[in-house]
Design a binder for this molecule. Structure first.
Ligand code: WTA
Length: 636
């Protein structure tokens, strides 16, 4: 969880069975790690040439000349869509199932590689007919439905850059992200199903597009079939476009440079402005597919279920791109885990024979609350591996997941990584010993350390900052449109050494196992979702009653963290319960429902440094009744 509930390293070990170790792609982590570190470039070049097709080979594996603007596979020509779909339809795999999909109301679809390829080609032609060309940005605001996958891949195929905005974000958050990317085309759906209700996505889009007139065309997939507004000349139905002659089932795949942009994914940072993390075609495909194959030991007969939302990096890398590159079969479920009963997930694991489940600690904790009877009602024996991501997993939830879901047979892959890293960085593999709550050790080829402010490695058991000391293929290339922010945010703290600062604090234990503690910046993880204090604060201040606001994360048993907000009201405004409700509603529209504070308090003053920076540490300590610590920099 966060530093306040962090439990120290345990001496509890879990070892995978001999059978698992012997059958795993990687059965000797130490040997592979040593091999990779002896020559990182040779290691990645070998993976790239042995597992992927390239239209033209690279001249250089890694170009460090303009660090931290590193380049991978320089000069190579490729397209991730070629490796994810095109190449598979030329083999037996064309008849393999790429996706099994279940909607929340219970409807289903099975999509083979061939069908997927056709849908992507058709939609790529639709996008082209809308004037989308190489390098153009397309914003996607959709839930977990197959059309979302088609749209992402269609963009990649024609060299357009997708920007998926999580469908839980509000009109303002969506509009900010559209403006930053300057997308002329937006793809959405009428609504999505969640907990038996319709989420009216198109209404949110209408409002966002009113605020962001840069959008010229809106394509709407039909999902919930409720009445929506369709603006003539701007809005088009997805299915109607797909039925037009222009949507022919073959579209040439654009030849891209390895370093050409693939997508922008906005994530929160230290200012209110969203930060567009940029990933590219070349290195990203090498790294995501390698990590998925080795960490989750993907085999041809697996049924892989990454239960994340495609609106976040986990969905980009491990629902869409990596599984398809590996030619895997994935399961996607549209809706809420407890709908209509808390055994929905367990029922689907049984019914579809899911072999690997990858989810977030917050989901495990919320399912755990309903007790063991729900999972025990189902045969979960198809499972062979489990995984978690998004925040540190508390050992109690880890043990429950291991015992009740994995029946003590399935090793748990606790993967530490970020939007910026593109793929797993600190992670076990099925052949290593596990300790509940630790993401274990770095992936081969990754040089991760815990250091102090000067850059000295801290001794075992002490807190420090997590840094990555060598570039890796799926690292972010820049912050879209703001290279200075890229340098400042990630590379300036250890400029001399040239290390990447992740923004997390962590410890190493005597065995070299890494224990991530939590964020060191103004990022709050609520139910695994990454939110920035600044975006919520500017949302609060945009309400006429609020003069100033400060937002903090407070540890919560279920959600990891919840948001507390402190507001100074403008003179003469009465801070009553009705205003609290109004501000919560306001945040729902400014940022989204996930950002609604659990508590809003009206105050006269906020603790600030002499330079005017809010001391969140003081607010946090006070809210939890803890000692506030050193106050020498406090102004008043
Ligand atoms: C946190 C999610 C502990 C961490 C893929 C990181 C984790 C941030 C873990 C990135 C984990 C993610 N253990 N903490 N296994 N995985 N985090 O960009 O604070 O949404 O910096 O990427 O989530 O969040 P993001």
């Amino acid at each position: 969880m966060t530093e306040d509930t962090f439990s120290p390293p345990t001496s509890e070990w879990y070892y995978p069975s001999e059978e698992i170790v012997n059958n795993a792609w990687v059965s000797d982590y130490d040997a592979l790690y040593a091999e990779a570190m002896s020559d990182i470039e040779a290691f990645w070049a070998k993976r790239a040439s042995e597992t992927l097709d390239w239209f033209e080979p690279w001249e250089q594996v890694l170009d460090r000349s303009n660090a931290p603007f590193f380049k991978w596979f320089v000069g190579a020509k490729t397209n991730i869509a070629h490796n994810a779909i095109d190449r598979h339809v030329k083999t037996w795999r064309k008849n393999k199932v790429a996706f099994i999909w279940e909607g929340e109301p219970g409807d289903r679809q099975t999509i083979t590689y061939w069908q997927l390829w056709q849908q992507v080609n058709k939609f790529a032609n639709v996008l082209k007919s809308m004037g989308v060309t190489k390098g153009d940005r397309v914003t996607i605001y959709m839930s977990r439905i197959p059309e979302l996958v088609y749209t992402m891949l269609a963009c990649a195929k024609i060299g357009a850059v997708h920007s998926v905005v999580y469908a839980g974000f509000s009109e303002q958050a969506l509009s900010d992200r559209i403006d930053d990317a300057q997308s002329k085309v937006l793809v959405t759906q009428d609504g999505s199903w969640l907990r038996g209700k319709i989420v009216r996505l198109k209404d949110t889009v209408d409002e966002a597009v009113r605020r962001s007139p840069v959008v010229e065309k809106v394509i709407v997939a039909r999902r919930t079939n409720h009445e929506i507004h369709m603006e003539s000349g701007r809005d088009y139905w997805f299915d109607e476009l797909m039925a037009l002659p222009v949507a022919s089932p073959y579209c040439e795949t654009e030849v891209m440079d390895a370093e050409d942009p693939l997508f922008i994914l906005y994530t929160s940072g230290t200012t209110g402005r969203p930060k567009g993390v940029l990933h590219t075609h070349g290195g990203y495909q090498v790294y995501t597919s390698t990590t998925l194959q080795w960490v989750f030991d993907i085999k041809d007969d697996d049924r892989w279920w990454c239960a994340a939302d495609p609106g976040w990096i986990t969905g980009h890398s491990y629902i869409v791109y990596a599984p398809l590159i590996l030619g895997a079969t994935s399961f996607i479920y549209e809706g809420a885990p407890m709908h209509p009963y808390p055994d929905r997930w367990w029922r689907m694991i049984e019914e579809y024979g899911i072999t690997i489940l990858y989810t977030a600690p917050t989901a495990i904790r919320s399912l755990m609350r309903f007790g063991e009877a729900w999972p025990n009602r189902h045969d979960l024996s198809s499972l062979r591996l489990l995984g978690t991501v998004g925040e540190p997993i508390n050992p109690e939830a880890w043990r429950w997941y291991h015992r009740v879901i994995g029946k003590e047979r399935c090793p748990i892959m606790d993967t530490w990584w970020q939007t910026e890293t593109g793929g797993f960085i600190v992670t076990p593999m099925p052949s290593v010993g596990l300790k509940p709550g630790s993401a274990t050790r770095p992936f081969p080829g990754l040089d991760v350390d815990i250091v102090d402010e000067e850059g000295n490695s801290v001794p075992a058991g002490e807190d420090g900052y997590l840094v990555i000391k060598q570039p890796w293929p799926s690292m972010l290339r820049t912050v879209y449109g703001d290279p200075d922010r890229y340098v400042g945010q990630y590379w300036s703290a250890y400029e001399k050494q040239g290390w990447y600062l992740a923004g997390d604090s962590a410890r190493k234990d005597e065995d070299g196992y890494i224990w991530v503690i939590g964020r060191i910046d103004d990022v709050i993880k609520v139910s695994g979702y990454r939110l920035g204090t600044a975006e919520i604060e500017s949302g609060l201040v945009s309400h006429p009653a609020v003069a100033e606001a400060a937002v903090i994360g407070i540890p919560d048993e279920l959600k990891g963290n919840v948001i507390y907000a402190y507001c100074i009201l403008v003179a003469g405004v009465d801070g009553n319960d009705a205003l609290v409700d109004e501000l919560k509603e306001h945040i729902r529209h400014e940022v989204g429902p996930i950002a609604i504070p659990a508590k809003i308090e009206f105050v006269d003053k906020l603790p600030k440094t002499r330079s005017g920076k809010i001391m969140r540490r003081v607010l946090k300590a006070r809210a939890q009744g803890l000692p506030v610590g050193d106050l020498s920099t406090l102004e008043e």
